[in-house]
Design a protein. Structure first.
Length: 373
């Protein structure tokens, strides 16, 4: 019971994204070594996982993202051997989970909590009974179970709903019950399979804040799969991008967001980006047309160089005619990144010094717009 005395207050919305203190995170907790998995589909074999190798550090929130069918659920389920790879190994604390016998698997699954998109609660049981169920199955005495369940309901902010039935709860409350139930055996790992995909944006924020809180307070390793980059941005430290069963990218979240290397990653990021607005795109031509034309520049900030922000002097260097058109900066893991669209008088772009500055600063000329009619 040692970890759970602290009742958690309603988590702060919009708290800093990076959660567990760096010092609390540590060495390799889960290692995936060259996993392969095929299924027999109606049209022949489907390669769900191909050559997948990576490691998850203890205490981190690790996101796995990919479009539908990328192999995310299959990969997640190899951690507790709900899915066995055809070859390759999954090591937890150095031990090959594929070698466990039945008793070993039962013990392993108790050390790994899991939550799901559709909550998987029993509708005929109350909130407290749902949370208590794994304890009952494990033979824990009712009085001891009750103490534990109360502490967990405090942790997820649902003490007053102990005797309610799931049908009376909102989606966010149901997921809180799912989280409490996943934590009953004091797991060291929490697996989240699209845990917020059935929730509205506001509820998603509160569940993500709770997961961040739990990660920080209990030092759990959280492995989270999602198709939504906004979820990754919100709470993950590391992200792995799966595409067609293969790992196409992995890294710290701010690095992958600031400078995605794989086309699959760029496609997943597109909905979050400040793209060229349609009205501006329609007016853009490849060469300046007529006097008074302006060049439209895209300034991209990956977060790598100017970690603390973008000095306005960098814009001033583009001359007094520079105009901010569109865009914005986000802060991710302490790094400012994003993109800005700026227009400058076309003449500036013909100057040697300006060209050099553009080249040095990853500034892209998108095109030109004619002077306002
Ligand atoms: N039990 C199964 N039988 C046959 N094919 C499966 C099975 N489970 C998953 N697949 C296939 O494997 C691929 C990966 O599935 P999955 O891991 O569920 O992806 P994701 O969670 O990223 O949507 C998909 O093509 C899917 O259709
Ligand atoms: Mg899935």
């Amino acid at each position: 019971m040692k970890h759970y005395e602290l009742p958690v207050a309603e988590p702060l919305a919009g708290a800093a994204p990076a959660s567990a203190p760096e010092a609390a995170r540590g060495r390799e907790h889960i290692v995936f070594d060259n996993l392969q998995k095929r299924y027999q589909g109606p049209q022949g074999p489907v390669a769900a996982l191909s050559d997948v190798s990576f490691a998850i550090a203890r205490g981190e929130i690790f996101g796995i993202i990919g479009r539908s069918g990328a192999g995310k659920s299959t990969l997640l389920r190899t951690i507790n051997m709900l899915e066995r790879p055809d070859s390759g190994r999954v090591l937890i604390d150095g031990a090959d989970v594929g070698q466990l016998d039945e008793d070993g698997l039962v013990a392993l699954r108790r050390r790994i909590g899991m939550i799901f998109q559709h909550f998987n609660l029993l509708s005929a049981k109350t909130v407290a009974e749902n949370v208590a169920l794994p304890l009952r199955v494990a033979g824990v005495k009712p009085a001891a179970a009750r103490v534990r369940v109360d502490a967990l309901l405090d942790l997820v902010g649902l003490r007053d709903k102990a005797d309610a039935y799931p049908a009376k709860l909102s989606g966010g409350q149901k997921q809180r019950v799912g989280i409490a139930r996943a934590l009953v055996h004091e797991p060291q790992i929490l697996l989240c399979d699209e845990a917020t995909s059935a929730l509205d944006p506001e509820t998603t924020q509160s569940i993500l804040a709770l997961l961040r809180d739990i990660n920080r307070k209990l030092g759990l390793t959280v492995v989270l799969i999602t198709h939504d980059m906004a979820v990754i941005r919100e709470i993950c430290h590391q992200v792995l991008v799966l595409d067609g069963g293969r790992k196409v990218e992995q890294g710290e979240v701010w690095r992958v967001f600031g400078d995605p290397g794989a086309e699959a990653t760029r496609a997943l990021l597109r909905p979050l980006q400040h793209d060229l607005p349609a009205d501006l795109a329609a007016r853009l031509s490849p060469e300046p047309q007529g006097p008074g034309a302006s060049g439209v520049l895209r300034l991209r900030y990956t977060g790598a160089g100017r970690a603390q922000g973008v000095p306005l002097a960098a814009l001033a260097a583009l001359g007094p005619g520079a105009t901010l058109l569109h865009g914005g900066l986000d802060r991710l893991g302490g790094h400012a990144q994003g993109s800005l669209l700026v227009s400058v008088p076309a003449g500036i772009l013909r100057q040697e010094a300006a060209r050099a500055a553009l080249a040095a600063d990853q500034i892209e000329v998108l095109g030109y717009v004619a002077a306002d009619a």
